[in-house]
Write a protein that binds this ligand. Structure first.
Ligand code: PLP
Length: 437
């Protein structure tokens, strides 16, 4: 029995008001833009979403990991209102503005990179990844890019090429960008590999003197919430140093406090050369960035990087408040607490339901792998969809992930309360019971 304090399901889903909007969507919005939730949002606060029909949901997806400080965080909202009264847009490279520069300063100070660090801002995660590669190519005067199995880096041509999963992300969209090479990844629940095997794979694919950059998610997000073993990132740092290429951390999903440190790479005792950020940085406003060693960041020629809306003033004002909120409201500690509480619930569920094969994650980046049985470990995409779908219709939004679509993950706002977590977990437990009936 779910004791509801934060959620409320009072209509069929979609309810009548949402259904009207969905009918218009079917007529006018391009079909590939499928939507996950069977309702239309009316308003949202913290980790709660209310739909047009008065139903209320706990949002463990956090706008796909964009809302570390919560929906409509009051500091972000106040800064945006203030910015609207000043100016909306100039294009930073036409008429510069201070919030872009202030954000660059704060973000650089939050990296654990020694020496001079600089930043550049863009609009989306994919754009940050594309620009990190451009910057690395300009710096090394080399062309090739190394990526990993299970990686997700975005949907533009180069980022899509760098992404692993074929369907839906790449299907029908070739030809892809050249000079991208995929290396094996230590997916500990399913296969172990060594640093030497990764190096041998690299050497068999491309001459390392042609490699500009290795791009890696310190914890793989979309590809299934994979936490690498402790040796992995230090070994990749060694390869980058040995062969002279740039080591880029794609922290689009794992960064900005989600794992209990400002950047996830800080858990692994390494220093990257460049870092890609997006998602929670803008708290829902389109904003991404590349931040890293100044000598690398400075290497493209003047005006070679940028974009009309890159580092929009509203988004920069929001991001400054996001970082200050993380610092001043101890949200990194909170991420750890939230993650531990969710992990405890997940482990409890794994004791009850043997279709849960693995529970993993760092900080509040927690996921579970759903399988047919613990001997074969065969991924069960259908059951994962059923569990997530049942939970969704019952008031809790959980995104899925993984090459096989069998990982249930949590990208919840870090400001979620313990009571809200517990209610969400009751809904999830109930969803397992129903799906397994
Ligand atoms: N890189 C990672 C690790 C991501 O998780 C994502 C999006 O999920 C991207 C890049 C692409 O970001 P965007 O969708 O903002 O282009």
């Amino acid at each position: 029995m779910i004791e509801r304090r934060f959620t409320r399901i009072q209509t069929e889903l979609p309810g009548p008001e949402s259904a009207k909007v969905f009918a218009t969507k079917a007529q006018y919005v391009a079909a590939p833009l499928e939507t996950y939730a069977p309702f239309i949002v009316k308003q949202s606060e913290g980790a709660i979403i209310e739909d047009l029909d008065g139903n209320k949901f706990l949002d463990f997806s956090g706008g796909w990991g964009c809302l570390a400080v919560g929906q409509r965080n009051h500091r972000v909202v106040d800064a945006l209102k203030d910015q609207i009264d000043g100016y909306l847009h100039t294009d930073f490279t036409a008429v510069p503005y201070a919030p872009f520069i202030e954000l660059a300063e704060i973000l650089c100070q939050h990296t654990a990179i020694e020496g001079s660090v600089k930043a550049a801002f863009f609009n989306s995660g994919a754009e940050a990844v594309e620009n990190a590669v451009k910057i690395a190519r300009a710096y090394t005067k080399r062309k090739s890019v190394l990526v990993f199995e299970n990686a997700f880096h975005g949907r533009t041509l180069l980022a899509m090429t760098m992404t692993h999963k074929a369907k839906p992300y790449k299907y029908g969209f070739g030809p892809f960008a050249p000079d991208v090479y995929r290396l094996p990844y230590p997916y500990e629940y399913r296969k172990t590999i060594t640093a030497d095997e990764i190096e041998q794979s690299l050497l068999s694919l491309v001459d390392p003197s042609e490699v500009a950059a290795m791009v890696v998610e310190p914890i793989i997000g979309e590809g299934g919430f994979l936490v690498p073993p402790a040796w992995f990132l230090p070994a990749m740092r060694e390869l980058a140093d040995k062969y002279g290429f740039v080591l880029v951390m794609d922290e689009v999903q794992s960064g900005i406090g989600r794992t209990g440190k400002f950047f996830a790479y800080e858990h692994f005792n390494i220093e990257p050369d460049l870092i890609c950020v997006a998602k929670s940085l803008g708290s829902g406003l389109p904003l991404s960035g590349v931040v890293g060693k100044a000598e690398i960041m400075d290497s493209p020629v003047g005006s070679a990087i940028g974009g009309t809306y890159a580092g929009n003033p509203l988004a920069c004002r929001a991001a400054i408040e996001v970082i200050k909120t993380l610092d001043e409201e101890n949200l990194l500690e909170r991420a750890e607490h939230v993650g531990n509480r969710i992990k405890d619930h997940f482990n409890r569920l794994a004791e009850r339901f043997d279709v849960i094969g693995d529970v993993r994650g760092i900080g509040a980046m927690v996921g579970m792998e759903i399988i047919k049985d613990r001997d074969s470990k065969t991924p069960d995409k259908e059951l994962t969809g059923k569990v997530a779908g049942t939970a969704l219709r019952n008031g809790a939004i959980f995104p899925t992930a993984g090459l096989s679509g069998n990982v249930l993950r949590v990208l919840v706002p870090l400001v979620i309360t313990d009571e809200q977590i517990d209610e969400g977990m009751c809904i999830l437990e109930d969803a397992f019971e129903q799906a397994l009936q």
